[in-house]
Design a protein around this ligand. Structure first.
Ligand code: CP
Ligand code: NVA
Length: 344
């Protein structure tokens, strides 16, 4: 919640300032601008964040690079082909070298051996290391999803948007409260779902998951779910129609995650009947909303839902930026993720 609130505040302060359509009044200078239009903290001034990415990325990379810049710092993109890691050099040595020159590491890794390497990286790095996606987890995605749900709380609370906007004007810095929701996930139990499993039940939301038995999460994820007491807030289904009953939010992800391309034919067959459509979701709440981390294929959600008014996929994509910016500011800029600690 601390990170989401911070992201909301950074967004409401930065966005109008960035928007080219905001006219600058030469006669009055800044006086006519609302208070919120000020530069975000320059907590990354003279700092460099290493983006250690061994997989492709559009959103996460752009979010990281543009946020580092807004915070006064630099993000250094280091792709698989760019550095010695994994070919000529160990993760341990790489961690020590990067920590000598950079002030944070944002790492996107692939299969299990790379996850092991990233654990080494975290162990031997002297600077914080954040997960930018692995085959098991995608924590920063859930931050963006949560911010997006808060911003659309009016849709779930049956409050007219106009009323909500009026209130928002009065308290610009306050993030709208979110009532406990029923969130349905339909599709492949991959990294995004895994982080939903360990997050939403702890925030009081009910999670209903529909997936073929063969594609349920691996044991290590389920152990973590249990350890965090999240299992009581989750219901499992094979039939997607049952999972979406009474849902406020319906979420899906690609059926073929990065690295699973060879399983494409098998997966397309296994997930037949799981495509999110208006017809499939007839039993959901009348005003249900749709989330997707992107990139999207029409297999898992049809165009009517994906490009329709229920879809929050593009605001969600933009919110990758504000949530990653909040994380960079707090973790790499101030080294302070503790909400109790005063801001410096
Ligand atoms: N949602 C997401 O992580 O997108 P990218 O893979 O493009 O970064
Ligand atoms: N499950 C997808 C998420 C992409 C953001 C993948 O790992 O490819």
């Amino acid at each position: 919640n601390h990170i989401i609130n911070h992201a909301h505040s950074l967004k409401s302060r930065s966005k109008p300032w960035l928007a080219p359509q905001v006219p600058f009044n030469q006669n009055t200078g800044n006086r006519n601008r609302p208070n919120r239009m000020r530069l975000p903290s320059q907590s990354l001034f003279s700092k460099t964040i290493a983006l250690l990415f061994s997989k492709r990325s559009t959103r996460t990379r752009i979010a990281a690079e543009t946020s580092a810049e807004l915070l006064g710092g630099k993000a250094l993109f280091l792709g698989r082909e760019d550095i010695q890691l994994g070919v000529n050099e160990s993760a341990r040595d790489t961690a020590q070298v990067i920590s000598g020159m950079c002030q944070g590491i944002f790492a996107r890794v692939g299969d299990h051996s790379e996850i092991e390497a990233s654990l080494e990286l975290a162990k031997y790095s002297n600077v914080p290391v954040l997960n930018a996606l692995s085959s098991l987890w995608h924590p920063t995605q859930i931050l963006a999803d949560l911010l997006t749900l808060h911003e659309h709380a009016w849709a779930f609370n049956n409050v007219a948007l106009k009323e909500e906007k009026k209130n928002a004007k009065r308290t610009v810095s306050k993030l709208p409260e979110l009532k406990p929701l029923t969130i349905a996930y339909v599709g492949d139990c991959a990294n995004v779902l895994n982080d939903m499993l360990v997050t939403y039940p702890r925030l009081g939301h009910k999670l209903k998951v529909a997936a073929p038995l063969k594609y349920r999460p691996p044991t290590e994820v389920m152990e973590r779910v249990k350890e965090l007491n999240c299992d009581k807030g989750i219901e499992w289904f094979e039939d997607p129609k049952l999972a979406v009953q009474d849902a406020n939010v319906i979420v899906t992800d690609t059926w073929i995650s990065m690295g699973q391309e060879a399983e494409k034919a098998e997966r397309l067959k296994a997930f037949e009947g799981y495509q999110v459509t208006e017809e499939l979701c007839k039993g959901a709440e009348r005003d249900w909303k749709f989330l997707h981390c992107l990139p999207r294929k029409p297999d898992e959600v049809d165009d009517e839902v994906f490009y329709g008014p229920r879809s929050l996929a593009f605001p969600e994509a933009e919110n990758r930026k504000w949530t990653i910016m909040a994380l960079f500011d707090l973790q790499f800029g101030r080294w302070n993720l503790d909400p109790e600690q005063p801001e410096t």
